[in-house]
Design a protein around this ligand. Structure first.
Ligand code: GTR
Length: 343
């Protein structure tokens, strides 16, 4: 498509190089993986949704080369599990189960378990690097220009929970997808790029510095996002304020870095700040990389997205729904349909 003419293409790079570029220049390098994780149950509700589900409030304790710490997460699973079930790891905005962004009963009824991380429990959504796991990693609250910001730390936490999920016999380990909305959609894409164990990384309305191509977005620009949220990224990213055309990559690299697993990008028509066209065209621009790596690309018509579009035939999937910026039931229904349709 014409609008992709000036978008860099990672086609001749291996995945490690693609990821390295994103980490060095945008998100910062994540800390090393924990060498040990353990979870303790803080409390349990066996009667959740009238007893068809179990809700546990959990604590994940981890040991890593850079320190030991813990954070809270929730685990909801169907009560009667005959064979291992697929699951989501949802990084969410609120410490609430269910939540307006997490229709938990519907998710359970669809036969999925769900692990929820309330992102502020991992480290707060502000420039304070002295709390949560940030405080352990950066003991004096400062970081080098290529060390990760908060998005990297939230993505890291999804992988740490994934370490624990791998130990659970009731979960289909090959069917655990990571999902987030908006800033946490950016986080889900980064978690997918840095952790090959996920089945699918799901980006809901992730917008700038998420799925949306920075060069062509008509919504938020790097100047806007680094002014309001400098701490989400590494300090190197500031070099590209008003210099989108000098980026040695674009956000299609973040989608490409999700090889070898699936990725799902969703837009909402009323979400101009995230720029649905730029999110969709990013999938188009990453498609060739998926195909080169032996996967299916993005199957789409030769036009921009329209309300009601649902493209589920590739390993890059997409939908555009009506209304605005949110992670709602329509989105969840599409995600579940797609995951169920995968062999
Ligand atoms: C906005 C931000 C977007 C998006 C959103 C959100 O203010 O500019 O990039 O991340 O917040 O996370 O809700």
């Amino acid at each position: 498509m014409k609008r992709l003419e000036n978008i860099p293409n990672p086609i001749n790079m291996d995945k490690k190089e693609v990821l390295d570029l994103l980490l060095k220049e945008e998100y910062g390098y994540l800390p090393s993986s924990p060498y040990a994780v353990e979870a303790s149950e803080e409390n349990r509700d066996e009667g959740f949704f009238g007893g068809k589900a179990i809700l546990s409030k959990m604590k994940l304790h981890f040991k890593a080369e850079w320190g030991n710490s813990e954070f809270t997460f929730y685990y909801v699973r169907p009560k009667r599990i005959k064979e291992p079930v697929p699951a989501f790891i949802h990084i969410n905005f609120r410490d609430l189960i269910p939540d307006k962004y997490q229709p938990t009963e519907e998710i359970i009824d669809a036969g999925y378990a769900i692990f929820t991380i309330y992102y502020n429990d991992v480290t707060t959504d502000n420039g304070d690097f002295t709390n949560g796991i940030a405080g352990v990693l950066y003991p004096d609250g400062t970081r080098k220009p290529d060390q990760c910001g908060k998005i990297g730390l939230w993505a890291w936490s999804a992988s740490a929970v994934m370490d624990y999920v791998q130990t659970l016999p009731e979960i289909r380990k090959d069917r655990v997808s990571v999902i987030g909305h908006s800033r946490l959609g950016k986080t889900a894409l980064l978690a997918g790029a840095t952790d090959e164990r996920f089945f699918c990384a799901i980006s809901n309305d992730s917008g700038n510095s998420g799925a949306a191509l920075s060069r062509i977005t008509t919504g938020e620009k790097i100047r806007d996002i680094t002014r309001s949220f400098p701490y989400w990224f590494c300090e190197n990213y500031r070099k590209y304020i008003d210099k989108e055309n000098e980026l040695p990559f674009d956000q299609n690299y973040l989608i490409a870095a999700n090889v070898p697993h699936k990725v799902y990008v969703a837009s909402a028509v009323g979400d101009g700040w995230a720029c649905p066209d730029a999110e969709y065209l990013s999938c188009v621009a990453a498609s060739e990389y998926y195909v080169k790596n032996g996967l299916k690309g993005f199957e789409h018509p030769d036009r921009l997205p329209e309300i009601g579009d649902v493209f589920h035939n590739g390993d890059i999937a997409y939908h555009m729904r009506d209304f605005g910026h949110a992670l709602n039931r329509t989105d969840w229904n599409h995600y579940i349909d797609y995951l169920n349709s995968c062999k």
